[in-house]
Design a protein around this ligand. Structure first.
Ligand code: ADP
Ligand code: MG
Length: 221
């Protein structure tokens, strides 16, 4: 069972949106049994998928249940992958999550302020001497944004692992999210859906590499 966590100190970076689309990829493209744990009291993830639309997603929205117990339930239900969405914080839930996650994904918008805030989360991880693997994912990236080179150079000079694939700012992510879909099951008439699927596919291929998932069978290598 692979465990992915989407974390960070800041709200509005795209954690929930990315978490759900990554879940959509592993479920629809890799036919995995994907479980989502919503540790955010705002409950974006479970509000969207705690319905009849996606029987393959299993969501837990009781933020008071200990993570360990939730993961045990996922195991019993033979989950291949568990995706944990977290509140914008580096205390509490975040600390617990390090102990369990195989990979911590830190979504970050390409701005100095956002990077600074993500850096606090990374310092926190480093100070704890955790063995957790983590990486920044640049999200809501706009075409031709002049700050991008500067942000990338800063991330690299600080030796922070990052995803090569950037998640672009696309209307389709907002539309899919607000109609309780991922880009894998939203109407094909939504503009930009194919581009978004490619993007999430490339992003997930990087996850597969880190987690050593065989990209044909979807199982552990
Ligand atoms: N790649 C993207 N392109 C365009 N809008 C996005 C993208 N990712 C997130 N958003 C929008 O930004 C807002 C915050 O996203 P959300 O996933 O809820 O962030 P978080 O979980 O970090 O608070 C939402 O309105 C969402 O629709
Ligand atoms: Mg969220």
């Amino acid at each position: 069972m692979h465990i992915l966590a989407f974390s960070g100190q800041k709200g509005g970076t795209g954690k929930t949106t990315l978490a759900l689309n990554v879940a959509g990829y592993f479920q629809k493209v890799k036919s995995m049994n994907v479980h989502i744990i919503d540790k955010d009291a705002q409950g974006g993830a479970s509000r969207i998928f705690n319905n009849e639309q996606e029987p393959h997603f299993v969501t837990f929205d009781n933020i008071n249940t200990p993570l360990k117990a939730m993961l045990e339930t996922c195991k019993q239900q033979k989950a291949d992958m568990v995706i944990i969405d977290t509140p914008p914080s580096i205390g509490g839930a975040f600390t617990q999550i390090h102990e369990f996650a195989d990979l911590i994904i830190l979504p970050c918008k390409p701005s100095r302020v956002d990077l600074q805030s993500t850096y606090y989360a990374i310092e926190d991880l480093r100070e704890r001497n955790t063995t957790a693997i983590y990486a920044i994912a640049l999200t809501q990236v706009e075409k031709g944004r002049v700050m991008m080179t500067d942000i990338i150079n800063t991330i690299d000079s600080l030796k922070i692992p990052r995803f090569e694939t950037f998640i672009a700012k696309r209307e389709v992510y907002v539309r899919a999210y607000s109609s309780s879909h991922t880009v894998y099951n939203c109407p094909m008439s939504y503009k930009g859906v194919i581009d978004a699927r490619f993007e999430i596919g490339y992003f997930c291929a990087e996850i597969e590499q880190v987690l050593k998932i065989d990209n044909k069978s979807g199982k552990k290598k």
